[in-house]
Design a protein around this ligand. Structure first.
Ligand code: GDP
Length: 198
């Protein structure tokens, strides 16, 4: 069962301060404003757990959330693709994220969030390349599914599946979610539970 009680554990800006690797870690990644905080809050049932970002791209931190009664840790990775982000910030993102992806033994999967309104963009492809290179399994999860009409969503799921199938480390299943309408959230919870118990 998915834990009901989630807490903030720590935020880290460098590899030296990572919490001990215990249990199963699942990290969430995506462009700034993709709806990552909203989805983490919907999953955990705690509204203010992940901060919805008022200044996108500002914080280059990995945020760790834990549930005392489960061996699952959720990691909120810094959003990418913020248009005004200076070059150094993009480099800091890549360095921190890549070191984490490469070096974390208990990281089971990255949930790569894609905004249903936009589909996969250039910087999402760059993130996929990084994940392929790091050899971490990632799964595309669509956010804000309430924002597009059902036929367009079906098309988007098909296109996203096809795009994922071409990637080295991508998981083939796509989940469409809406934090606003609580859609796909149970399905994603079940997926994370499976990973934690395997
Ligand atoms: P983050 O920057 O990726 O953490 O994104 P946030 O969770 O802060 O969300 C960015 C914006 O998208 C906010 O205005 C949210 O209210 C909105 N949003 C997030 N999830 C959904 C959703 O499922 N449906 C709709 N319609 N809007 C959403």
């Amino acid at each position: 069962m998915f834990a009901r009680q989630w807490d903030f554990l720590t935020s880290v800006t460098d590899m030296a301060n990572l919490p001990p690797a215990a249990g199963t870690e699942i990290a969430f990644a995506g462009r700034s404003n993709v709806g990552k905080s909203s989805l983490i809050n919907a999953l955990t049932g705690r509204k203010g757990l992940a901060r919805t970002s008022s200044t996108p791209g500002r914080t280059q931190m990995l945020n760790f959330f834990v549930a005392p009664e489960t061996p699952l840790t959720i990691v909120d990775m810094p959003g990418y693709g913020y248009a005004q982000a200076p070059k150094e910030l993009v480099e800091a993102w890549t360095n921190l994220v890549f070191s984490y992806l490469r070096g974390r033994p208990n990281l089971r999967r990255v949930i790569l969030l894609i905004d249903s309104r936009h589909g996969i963009k250039k910087n999402d492809l760059e993130a996929m390349e990084l994940l392929d290179k790091a050899a971490v399994v990632y799964q595309v999860v669509l956010t804000k599914a309430d924002k597009i009409k059902p036929p367009a969503l079906v098309r988007l799921i098909d296109e996203t599946k096809a795009a994922s199938a071409k990637r080295v480390a991508a998981h083939p299943e796509i989940i469409a979610t809406s934090s606003e309408k609580n859609r796909g959230v149970d399905e994603l919870r079940a997926e994370l539970c499976n990973l934690a118990t395997q």
